[in-house]
Design a protein around this ligand. Structure first.
Ligand SMILES: Nc1ncnc2c1ncn2[C@@H]1O[C@H](COP(=O)(O)OP(=O)(O)OP(=O)(O)O)[C@@H](O)[C@H]1O
Ligand SMILES: [Mg+2]
Length: 486
């Protein structure tokens, strides 16, 4: 066990960490911090939910000088929600040292960000598109940047982001330190990354499996047309505290969220076509437990740290095996248990095995739950609610009414009626979920193809771009949009 004291951190940082309830370093923090603090470039890989944010956040705050009013560190994240979440965690870590982090991301008024930049934050957490906007406008200066972090680095270096990342990094001083972190790091990405880093050290936290052992992983083989009904039966049986349901497309997410609401579940959808304000509202409702179910595309697959997520359902099996690791990693975080269930059609069993080869963990096959099991699940829930209230008390004002009822009807009949009222009986309201043309796995050229061959600009090799001012890398609008539409 390594405590933060043993790592020789600034006492003000230790004070902030202790306020956050961080007493001992997690494995990735214990291994990565000495390297990060030494000034070395670093590629850090550790399972989901094991504290990678603080593993890069602490060196950033240790290096930042509160007396300087220049931007000294920049974290780049693949999604807006992650930029906001990372900024929040860095602000907590930097609180006593007076290091401030500003999130900059698309969908938020850029003038408002420019005003916030005038308050001279020392650190920035941002998404590539908006960072580039600020770099072009020169509202973010990078001449004092001493450390850059790519969070979810393998995602940041795949086809959709690589040109933006190149264009951004070209702006930073060559002597800066670069840290990359992710729960997954495909070898070709690691090789690509090495080419623009200074002799990086790779730290991979040893683990038998790539996914967290405390996440129970199961799958169900179901024909497409029955998936939604079976999902509802599972929800009735398992009554998840907080659940995330992943769908492959935005349309799927909309249909699922609408269908679940039609059947009485409290669910909201989130994807890239929503306004940022709407995305913020839905995330806040879910974090506050005002809704039990978040239906999402892969926009919510990586990094989001929402405490209390007990269940993850892959309504559609993810195209990328790595995406599976990140999706189920929304549960089973910081030492908690979690349950992940993936729906597959018979054609997707091969893809499921591909995922198991990546995670080195076999998924249990779940039998198709029956309607009776769903009914029983809800009846049990009603019974628990009733006995819970008996224990809690507070039913006194109803005793007279109960006695009045008992004059006419026997207690068992009355209780059965009460239980029926309390039971959300499986709802079979017809819901249409458009059958998608089915996964492209197993078809010729299906899946994969997401990594750029040979990396960066031009032919074979990716050269660390010289930091000679912004080359204004060309961005094909639709590609940018494609990523923003996540
Ligand atoms: N040393 C620590 N002690 C206690 N809790 C910690 C510690 N470090 C991080 N945490 C908590 O663990 C949770 C997961 O941390 P974090 O989000 O950084 O994980 P991660 O490795 O980045 O996960 P992912 O791969 O999903 O992005 C957070 O709630 C964080 O506050
Ligand atoms: Mg993370």
């Amino acid at each position: 066990m390594t405590t933060f004291h043993e790592l020789g951190l600034d006492p003000r940082v230790i004070q902030s960490l202790s306020n956050m309830g961080f007493e001992e370093a997690t494995p990735i923090q214990a291994e990565a911090l000495p390297v990060g603090l030494s000034g070395n470039d670093l590629i850090g890989q550790a399972q989901t939910g094991t504290g990678k944010t603080a593993a890069f956040g602490i060196p950033l705050i240790e290096k930042a000088d509160p007396s300087l009013d220049s931007i000294q560190g920049i974290v780049i994240t693949p999604t807006r929600e992650l930029a906001v979440q990372v900024a929040e965690e860095l602000n907590k870590i930097g609180q006593h040292k007076g290091i401030r982090t500003l999130p900059v991301y698309g969908g938020q008024d850029i003038e408002r960000q420019i005003r916030s930049l005038k308050k001279r934050p020392q650190l920035i957490a941002g998404t590539p598109g908006r960072l580039l906007d600020h770099l072009r406008r020169r509202t973010i200066r990078t001449d004092q940047v001493v450390m850059t972090v790519l969070d979810e680095a393998d995602e940041m270096l795949n086809m959709g982001f690589i040109e933006d990342i190149e264009a951004i990094l070209a702006q930073f001083p060559d002597e800066r330190q670069t840290l990359l972190f992710s729960a997954t790091m495909p070898e070709q990405i690691r090789q690509l990354a090495v080419r623009f880093m200074n002799n990086p050290q790779t730290i991979r936290v040893k683990a038998k499996e790539m996914t967290m052992p405390r996440i129970r992983q199961q799958f169900l083989e179901v024909p497409q047309r029955h998936k939604f009904d079976i999902l509802c039966r599972l929800l009735d049986i398992q009554s998840p505290e907080l659940a995330i349901i992943f769908g492959r497309t935005k349309k799927r997410v909309d249909e699922l969220a609408e269908g679940l609401n039609k059947r009485g579940y409290s669910a909201e959808g989130i994807h890239g076509d929503l306004t940022q304000a709407r995305r913020d509202t839905v995330m806040r409702q879910f974090r506050d437990g005002m809704i039990d179910i978040l239906v999402a595309t892969d926009v919510a697959a990586r990094g989001l740290d929402i405490s209390g997520v007990t269940h993850v359902y892959n309504f559609d099996i993810p195209q990328d095996p790595e995406s599976y690791v990140h999706r189920i990693g929304r549960t089973g975080r910081a030492g908690n248990d979690g349950l992940a269930i993936t729906f597959i059609t018979s054609r997707e069993i091969g893809h499921l095995r591909t995922i198991e080869r990546l995670t080195k963990k076999r998924m249990e096959r779940l039998p198709i739950p029956s309607m009776d099991a769903a009914m029983e699940g809800q009846q049990r829930l009603a019974m628990d609610k009733l006995s819970g209230l008996v224990k809690e008390g507070g039913y006194q004002p109803y005793k007279t009414l109960a006695e009045e009822l008992l004059e006419e009807t026997d207690s068992v009949t009355l209780l059965s009626a009460a239980l029926k009222l309390l039971t959300k009986e499986p709802d079979t309201t017809p819901v249409r979920i458009t059958e998608d043309s089915g996964s492209s796995f197993g078809k010729k050229g299906g899946g994969g193809g997401r990594f750029r061959k040979g990396g960066g600009g031009g032919g074979g090799g990716y050269k660390r771009p010289r930091s000679s001012g912004h080359k204004g890398g060309h961005h094909s609008g639709n590609r940018r949009r494609q990523h923003r539409s996540q």
